[in-house]
Design a protein around this ligand. Sequence first.
Ligand code: SIN
Ligand code: CO
Length: 373
Amino acid sequence: MKKLQLLGNITPAQFLRDYWHKKPLLIKGAIPGFKPLLTLDQLLDAAAKNHVESRLVTQVDGQWDMRHGPLAELPPRTQREWTLLVQGVNLFDERADALLREFRFLPDARLDDLMVSYATDGGGVGPHFDSYDVFLLQAQGKRRWKISAQQDLSLVEGLPLKILSNFVAEEEFVLEAGDMLYLPPQYAHDGVAEGECMTYSIGFRSPSYQELGEAFLQFMADSIDLPGRYADPDLQPAKNPAEIPREMLANITEELNKVRFDEEDVTIFFGEYMSEPKHNVFFTPPAKPLTVGRFMEAAAKRGLKLSPKSLMLYRGKHVFINGESFAVSRADKVVLDVLANERRLDGATLAKASDDVLEALYTWYADGWIELA
Ligand code: SIN
Ligand code: CO
């Protein structure tokens, strides 16, 4: 793989070997001449919307406060020390989606979203740590980052946000537009705006095993098949009627031990789980959907692309899109793997699609999962 300016002129392999999960990396000029993708007004509009996740963090007389969106009213820009955070900007802005996809040297199943923060002078969310890796790209203005590998991650109690009790900075940098800082999980950091600024955070997903385990058991509940019903043809008279007979439990244990799962069950579960859109994601079906015939004509000419909201993954013959899974033939897989990896399909590849795939594509189009390119 080639060296990326985005990573400070090292290859993704070098980055993953030397920094990922291991140590911070400051990249001066990761995206030279970077200009913010959204104006402040566009960001404020987004924060006022119901389906957009946003937070307002303020510090008044040293007191931290946090409010969740939708945020119709915000402090004036002349007021110091406030921060607006808008999550999932990639879901509604194509250019933010394209920026997030610059990080596809990491698998889609790990990429989460692009969060945009706007702060007035002195604004920040306080010294804290995150449970996930993060790339912090300075989009506009300046922000001073203090970071620390400290092991003491104790938090101030009783606050509406996570603030480290004993933050001791070890390194300090001022990031300007186009600079980027990578931080591994659990790395203490504190970013303070120097004048008005905007920072973009490229965030990652790492589900907890508990969360996966609970979801997996629900998934298994829908797929287990245990025929038969409890029976006891050799039952003996009960001496202590309230006591559960040992033989009864032995029988039940034997039957429940027939619940088995293999790697394929895990594949289907995990693919469906990781491709499930977040609860606040709503697709926008086309206002006037084309008929199947017209759609196929237009798709052959213009090609198709996945909606920025669509999550599409695959493993082997299993293809996952927005929480649904399909087992597909080898020929169909060729076409669908292209759509998943490129997030678009040109007319030539589309010409190889079977009737089943074409039918699925039309349904996805009507649901707003894919669009004409
Ligand atoms: C911010 O952008 O203000 C905060 C990002 C972070 O510290 O994770
Ligand atoms: Co953070």
